[in-house]
Design a protein around this ligand. Structure first.
Ligand code: NAP
Length: 312
């Protein structure tokens, strides 16, 4: 007889990025039954990150490699892992009932929200039309399709600068279009980028449209934000890194979000709903890093244990 699917857990962790995986490790190591639910492969935004050189213990590590190691650590004390996008969270007494797009319902005594953030869209004509046909949000995933080509990166933060640098290893040339007269990225990343002969920065410039032929991107239309002058630039691909938006749609009814949609927590990672915690990028926080997500996850994993112990 087929084994019946387990649906009741002490803790369900929604999202298996660095924060969620750490929370799952701490909670399962405290002997709680734990399920990590993720809409895709574990690792979250690690899978979109070429190199990480500001995570303690590693001079440099590839995002997907770190994701794999974290997963092995997170599951070693018995945490389960399953696919599914959580669409609804209902509070039934002290229980949390989670429904996924796969039609599953899981019942948890406590929940850790670790859904992170999604890439913000540029919201210009041509972006959706050419998505996957030259428009990308992931250099690690799609960079190899552009060997020897000319690319445009849009944005001026750490992601645009770092992933732009990564793309120069593959492309002929990478032009970064920055909407202001300066970058937002950390100074150390800027210094490195300015030394890269294949990386060019064009300031005060916004993309107004992504253009292409019947099959793929051929360039972008631009506007100079100071002079108002419009122009067009040729490119084989456009990589967009203009920030992030929280992935919190299923939690809107719980009263735990701020006015921009990030989850509000206290310093114990507790939200306003008893038994619901949040960690990592999805929080209303001052710094969004692998290291901070891992720290949040450790606190939440421990606090979940204390919360459940106090309920006995
Ligand atoms: P970010 O820091 O929010 O930067 C977004 C960039 O996109 C800014 O330069 C912003 O310009 C620009 N932008 C926003 N909307 C735009 C639009 N419509 N058109 C053109 N440009 C637009 O986002 P991020 O770089 O993805 O980083 C997200 C978080 O992850 C940050 O906290 C970052 O520090 C962190 N991160 C850290 C590392 C690292 O530590 N190594 C690596 C990657 C990411 P303005 O400056 O004018 O607003």
């Amino acid at each position: 007889m087929a084994e019946e699917k387990k649906t009741n857990y002490d803790v369900v962790v929604i999202g298996a990025g660095p924060g969620g995986m750490t929370a799952a490790m701490y909670a399962s190591r405290a002997n709680l039954s734990v399920l990590m639910l993720d809409r895709g492969i574990y690792g979250g935004n690690l899978n979109n990150t070429a190199e990480i050189e500001n995570y303690t213990g590693f001079k440099s590590v590839k995002g997907p490699d770190l994701a794999q190691q974290m997963y092995e650590g997170a599951t070693q004390f018995g945490a389960d892992y399953a696919y599914g996008t959580v669409e609804k969270v209902e509070l039934v007494g002290d229980e949390k009932h989670l429904t996924t797009d796969m039609g599953d319902t899981f019942v948890a005594k406590a929940v850790v929200i670790a859904t992170g953030s999604d890439q913000r869209k540029l919201a210009v004509p041509g972006e959706a039309e050419f998505s996957g046909r030259g428009v990308s949000y992931c250099a690690v995933c799609d960079g190899a399709f552009f060997k020897g080509k000319n690319l445009i990166v849009v944005g001026g933060g750490d992601s645009a600068v770092e992933e732009g640098g990564y793309l120069t290893q593959l492309a002929n040339k990478v032009t970064v279009l920055v909407r202001r007269d300066k970058l937002r990225a950390q100074p150390i990343e800027q210094e490195k980028a300015f030394k890269n002969p294949k990386l060019e920065f064009v300031y005060n410039t916004s993309v107004t449209e992504i253009v292409g032929d019947d099959t793929k991107v051929t360039g972008v239309k631009t506007v100079n934000n100071v002079t108002g002058e419009t122009g067009e630039m040729a490119a084989d691909g456009v990589f967009i890194y203009v920030g992030n938006v929280p992935m919190t749609a299923p939690f809107k009814g719980l009263g735990i979000l701020d006015d921009k949609g990030w989850v509000k927590t206290d310093d114990k990672m507790a939200t306003a709903v008893p038994g619901i915690f949040a960690v990592g990028d999805v929080r209303d926080t001052v710094l969004r890093q692998v290291a901070t997500a891992v720290g949040d996850g450790a606190i939440a994993g421990q606090q979940v244990y204390k919360y459940l112990d106090s309920q006995k």
